[in-house]
Ligand binder design. Structure first.
Ligand code: HSE
Length: 376
C-alpha cells in the first residue's frame, strides 16, 4: 500500500477532496499520512498517527506520493527542497505554481489521458490540476477540440466567489445581507418606491467600496460584478484570461514542452473573465469558430458521448432554466452544456453555455483521479 502524504486537507478544496476520496474508496488503496502546517502532533482525521509536520522533509520523503491543496506558497517553498534532496515521489498539486513548468503535466484525465500515460512512461513526477475554468470548460466541450474541429474559441466567464477562496464566499454573503438589511423596511412595504430602494442600495454599495466589507475581492460583488480576475499582466490581459489559452493548449498537448507536447499551432482561446455573485459554480458563454459547418446534432452527440459527466441540455427555455444554472449543478459531478446553436455570424460559428462546480471538476476531482491512475 503506497504511503500518500496529504497536505491542505482541512481547507475548502482539501475538504471537498477528502469527501470525494472517501466516497470513491480511495483511502482503502493507500496508507494516508496527514500533514499540518500549523498543528503537527494534533489529531488526524483518520488513523492512529498524529498529524505530521508539513515542513519536516524526512517525513515528507517517506511518502511515495504527496497530494497538496495547501496553496502556492507551500508549493514554492517545499517542492524544490524535496526535489533538491533527491525525493523522486509523485507530487500532485492543486496550486498553479508548477503548472506551466516543462517538467509538470496538467492533469484532466477524461481529456488528456494519452498525455498522462506518455508522461508516466517518460518518468514524469509532477502532476498539477488545471485552472478551474479551463478544466470545467474542457470537461464539457473537450470533444470538439479532440476532434480537431476548433479554429478558435472565445469564452466569457461568470465565475463564482469560491474561486477566490472561502473568505470570498463569506464576504459575498455578508454583502448580500448588509444590502438587504439596509432596505428591509422599504422591501417589506409593497407600496414603497423601487427607485428609493435602489438609491439606498447603491449608497450602501458605494460606502462598502474600498473598506473592510469588500476587502477580499477589492470591489463590491453583492449586487454587482467584477470584470477582472487574478493579476494584471500589464498588457490589458488578466492572468485568468491568459491561463485560458495557455492551459487549454498545454492540456491538449499543443505547444512545446518536455512532456510530449507538439509544436502544432496553439488554438486561440480568449475572452473576458468576470466574477459574479454565484457561490461555487463557474459558468461560461462560449463562441466557437469551427473548421466547417458541423450540424448542431453532431456537435451535441460528440459532447454527450465524450465522457460520462458531460451532458447536453436541450436549447429550450424550460430545460435551460431547470438544468443549466449554478444552483442546479452545485455539488454534482455533471458538466452540462446547453444553449448550443448556430450564431448569426455564419454556419461555422457556434454558441454554447456550460456550468461546472469549480471545487469538484475544477479542483479536487482531477487530483484524486490522478492518484488512482498512479496507484492502479
Ligand atoms: N482562478 C480561479 C478563480 C480559481 O479565481 O475563479 C481556481 O483556479
Amino acid at each position: 500500500t503506497p504511503r500518500v502524504g496529504l497536505i491542505g486537507w482541512r481547507g475548502m478544496v482539501g475538504s471537498v477532496l477528502m469527501d470525494r476520496m472517501t466516497t470513491e474508496g480511495d483511502f482503502d488503496k493507500i496508507e494516508p499520512v496527514f500533514f499540518s502546517t500549523s498543528n503537527a502532533g494534533g489529531k488526524a482525521p483518520m488513523g492512529d498517527e498524529p498529524l505530521a509536520d508539513a515542513y519536516d522533509l524526512a517525513a515528507l520523503k517517506s511518502c511515495e506520493a504527496i497530494l497538496t491543496c495547501q496553496g502556492g506558497d507551500y508549493t514554492k517553498d517545499m517542492h524544490a527542497k524535496l526535489r533538491a534532496e533527491g525525493w523522486d515521489g509523485h507530487w500532485i498539486d492543486a496550486a498553479s505554481t508548477l503548472r506551466m513548468n516543462e517538467d509538470a503535466l496538467i492533469v484532466l484525465d477524461p481529456v488528456n489521458r494519452p498525455q498522462i500515460d506518455a508522461a508516466m512512461a517518460a518518468g514524469n513526477r509532477n502532476w498539477v490540476g488545471g485552472n478551474c475554468t479551463v478544466s470545467c470548460m474542457l470537461m464539457g466541450v473537450g470533444a470538439l477540440f479532440k476532434a480537431g474541429l476548433v479554429d478558435w474559441m472565445s469564452t466569457q466567464t461568470y465565475q463564482a466567489a469560491s474561486g477566490g477562496g472561502a473568505k470570498h464566499m463569506r464576504e459575498l454573503l455578508t454583502q448580500f445581507g448588509t444590502l438587504n438589511a439596509e432596505v428591509k423596511s422599504l422591501l417589506d412595504d409593497p407600496k414603497s418606491a423601487i427607485l428609493e430602494i435602489d438609491r439606498q442600495v447603491l449608497g450602501r454599495q458605494q460606502a462598502m467600496t474600498g473598506g473592510d466589507e469588500a476587502a477580499q475581492f477589492g470591489a463590491v460583488l453583492g449586487g454587482s460584478l467584477i470584470p477582472w480576475i487574478d493579476a494584471d499582466l500589464g498588457n490589458g490581459v488578466s492572468k485568468e484570461e491568459w491561463k485560458a489559452m495557455a492551459e487549454t493548449n498545454k492540456i491538449l498537448g499543443r505547444g512545446p514542452d518536455a512532456l510530449g507536447g507538439s509544436e502544432e499551432r496553439a488554438i486561440p482561446v480568449d475572452g473576458i473573465c468576470v466574477r459574479i455573485g454565484a457561490m461555487r459554480c463557474h459558468s461560461q458563454a462560449l463562441t466557437f469558430k469551427l473548421k466547417g459547418d458541423v450540424p448542431v446534432g453532431e456537435i451535441e452527440a460528440m459532447i454527450e458521448e465524450d465522457n460520462p459527466w458531460s451532458k447536453v441540455i436541450p436549447n429550450e427555455k424550460e430545460a435551460t432554466m431547470r438544468d443549466l444554472t449554478p444552483v442546479a449543478v452545485t455539488g454534482t459531478m455533471d458538466i452540462p452544456v446547453g444553449r448550443i446553436r448556430k450564431l448569426a455570424m455564419g454556419p461555422d460559428h457556434v454558441g454554447a453555455f456550460t456550468v461546472g462546480d469549480q471545487l469538484l471538476w475544477g479542483a479536487a476531482e482531477p487530483l484524486r483521479r490522478m492518484l488512482r491512475i498512479l496507484i492502479e
